[in-house]
Design a protein around this ligand. Structure first.
Ligand SMILES: [Zn+2]
Length: 311
């Protein structure tokens, strides 16, 4: 039994933690016990509440896990000529620790390319090997909450050109100034990645590495959105080290609400391709409720109106 404490995780975005605290709602501390819905082990099926249709179609769960494991992120390799420019710009000093960048200096995107950060020379800084390895692909604020004001300002400026999500409230997106406000507010906290898929009877929200699930988000999904954490039977011993975390929300509307909640709490949600299993977008009723999985328009896109034309 694994017991989760609210806001106990260091990586939990502070904003979510704060909301949980100010909501004043008693968060029941219960084990987030995983239920097995796949494989030959059906003995756990009896643990499902009879009143809730919590079981996702097993074939859809398999497809979702495969999709998030196969998801490819944009290459994180930055053009090599940027290095020479950065060496000059930063006078051979690591932008993160201020020390000499050492024998293996390289450029590091302030907003990781996989987080939709812009691929421009001025979006990257010079970093020593220790800092690059320490950061990995984490959001700057998750890795270094006390980063220098200059670095934080750089991240904030680059956020406007990074992939983002719309707001589900069209009024928020009426003008570029309002869109700017939404994006600015979102990026004041660390952002995290996850994957989502909508089916006619519900939806999945998942992380390819369970260790990356912000615990406060996990609590919101379970207690605010009645999501079930699913466990896939692990039959393949050759799988990667990372164990995916998958949540199932048992109604379509509930799943949509949960997806938007994740986005509004700083998640960058990527749509997982489930092929024929996923429900088609209802073209007859285009509205913002189906825009959760849009390809992350930037504020610049919003201003140019590209986000509407691409639908
Ligand atoms: Zn360094």
């Amino acid at each position: 039994m694994e017991h989760q404490q609210p806001s106990a995780h260091d990586d939990a975005p502070a904003k979510i933690t704060k909301i949980l605290q100010v909501s004043g709602r008693a968060i029941p501390i219960e084990p987030l016990d995983a239920i097995s819905v796949t494989g030959t082990d059906s003995s756990n099926g009896s643990e499902l509440p009879a009143t809730a249709d919590t079981s996702s179609p097993p074939e859809a769960l398999s497809a979702f896990v495969q999709a998030i494991e196969a998801a490819r992120y944009p290459s994180t390799r930055l053009p090599s000529w940027w290095l020479a420019a950065a060496m000059k710009r930063f006078d051979r000093l690591c932008a993160y620790c201020g020390q000499d960048a050492g024998s293996a200096p390289d450029v590091d995107a302030v907003i990781p390319v996989m987080a939709g950060g812009p691929q421009r020379p001025d979006a990257a800084v010079l970093a020593c090997k220790a800092c690059r390895q320490g950061r990995r692909r984490r959001d700057l604020l998750l890795w270094k909450p006390n980063a220098s004001p200059k670095l934080k300002a750089m991240r904030a400026a680059l956020a406007l050109d990074s992939w983002n999500h719309l707001s589900r409230d069209p009024a928020d997106m009426k003008t570029s100034a309002k869109a700017n406000d939404v994006i600015n507010a979102r990026w004041q906290q660390p952002r995290f990645h996850c994957h989502g898929a909508l089916l006619p009877m519900g939806g999945f929200i998942g992380w390819r590495d369970a260790a990356q699930v912000p615990s406060a988000m996990q609590l919101r999904l379970v207690f605010e959105h009645n999501a079930w954490r699913l466990r896939q039977s692990i039959n393949n011993t050759h799988r990667r080290n990372n164990t995916p975390a998958v949540f199932w929300v048992p109604t379509r509307q509930g799943a949509l609400d949960a997806l938007w909640d994740v986005i509004e709490h700083n998640g960058l949600v990527r749509r997982a391709d489930l092929g024929d299993l996923a429900s088609p977008v209802n073209e007859a009723q285009p509205d913002f409720s189906s825009d959760w999985a849009m390809p992350f328009p930037t504020v610049a896109d919003l201003v140019r109106g590209r986000w509407r034309q691409n639908r």
